[in-house]
Design a protein around this ligand. Structure first.
Ligand SMILES: [Ca+2]
Ligand SMILES: [Ca+2]
Length: 106
């Protein structure tokens, strides 16, 4: 009786230790990290003519600036600046001379 107990113990104890370790190892596994891809620039062709007419710039996922070709002539004529994701200032070229002539402060 004593011998069989010893044999049973010598088999079961290492098994118990191994299972305990495996359980611990599984519980200690790092949680899956969410991989985020944050854009730095987004370009858009809003009138589907094959030319980019809007660019949005981001830092750490927060918009910082937009450039827009509002009349689709191939020249960007409006720039909006953002702070903490909100527009703070805009410049527009309304007379098509390539220079801003209208400024908006939000
Ligand atoms: Ca376009
Ligand atoms: Ca334009």
């Amino acid at each position: 009786m004593k011998k069989s107990f010893l044999i049973l113990f010598s088999i079961s104890f290492p098994l118990f230790v191994a299972l305990t370790y495996l359980t611990y190892a599984v519980e200690q596994k790092e949680p899956e990290q969410t991989i985020k891809f944050l854009p730095t620039t987004i370009e858009a062709d809003r009138n589907y003519d094959g030319k980019v007419d809007r660019r949005e710039y981001y830092e750490a996922g927060v918009i910082t600036k937009t450039e827009t070709d509002t009349d689709f002539d191939g020249i960007f004529d409006e720039t909006v600046y953002f702070k903490a994701g909100k527009p703070v200032k805009a410049e527009k070229d309304t007379n098509r001379d390539g220079k801003p002539d209208t400024w908006i402060t939000y």
